[in-house]
Design a protein around this ligand. Sequence first.
Ligand code: KG4
Ligand code: ZN
Length: 385
Amino acid sequence: MKILAIETSCDETAIAILETPTLKLLSNVVLSQIKIHKPFGGVVPNLAKREHQKNLVPILLRVLNNLTPLLRKERGGEKRLCLFSQERLQKILAREPELLKIFRKKILPLKAPNIDVIAVTNGPGLEPALWVGINFAKALSEIWKIPIIPVNHLEGHIYASWLNVKPRRFDIPKFPLLALIVSGGHTEIVLMKQNQNYKILGETRDDAAGEAFDKVAKMLGLGYPGGPLISKLAGSENSNAINFPRPMINSPDFDFSFSGLKTAVLYFLKDNPKANKTVVAAGFQQAVVDVLVAKTVKALKKYKIKSLIVGGGVAANKLLRKTLEEKIKKEFPNVSLFLSPISLTGDNAAMIASAAHFKFIKYGERVFRKAENIRAHGNLRLGKE
Ligand code: KG4
Ligand code: ZN
């Protein structure tokens, strides 16, 4: 089976094709909009929507070309579509007129490719951005007559760990497992007793880990997005020069809170305007990593699990990766650690295809959804639709 996946939940426009059950990535393209949003210091939803509209078709063409370089054109593509379908297409993309225009010109003339299913992120994320991907998926489903599987973005970050990318590893995560999801919008520890079974053990009560990185980077005048910049400045060594608070590190639950830490950095900078930025960044990074690792270790001690998965943008953080690797090796030799491959920590569509595959494995065709029933859910929770 070949799954075409579409991801537009935030500021990356991404499309991938995954072959199953081999889990071979046939094509994977991610276009970042960082440059567009940078002047605003954060993602602007309507700009994201505009960029997704502009970029989806060119990216799809690239991805399909990777699949079959000789993608043949059929003449009179638009005429080929029955009147009914044409009307439906217009309706589906009514709120994305720019996308409709390019779609008609570039996609309609194409011969239907050898794709069996379309997977698309339906939340959580920015709703105007999510809708572009969803409506694009509906349009493709309409003209190619293939079914759609809606996928939760966070499931994507989890199932990225099954993908076979470099460096290759030949084992796969085993259940029961723990997943630590650390991204710009989420910080969650999830227990999975089996495929598709999610129990959120704990999550952030305010800011997500990535959000805290972004905000502290702003305070330090580093720019956007802050995570990679702080991470680069701070390096991957342990740092205890500044002892920032570790909120909730000893709380009896698995929840997190990063907003107090962010405020502590703010006050520190007010009191020490000449402080060395590298030292501040390193102290902040250390505090975040300490809390993330402490809560993960606590969950590993409580539950008997076989694998630990770490995914989401912040999973690219070198200190976090290193610390978890050392901890697992020393204290949990029977747990196998799956750090998302660096190339798949940030948002991408390969992970959405992978999650769709595992949904199909569990539920078969029951995961297909009628186009009219698929909608964007900005606050979608894991395990919900
Ligand atoms: O998963 P992701 O790409 O998008 C969301 O689903 O939110 O995560 C993006 C987040 C941003 O907050 C970014 O600053 C953070 O991940 N991030 C990092 C690093 N690379 C990206 N945070 C810490 N260290 C990094 N190396
Ligand atoms: Zn994400």
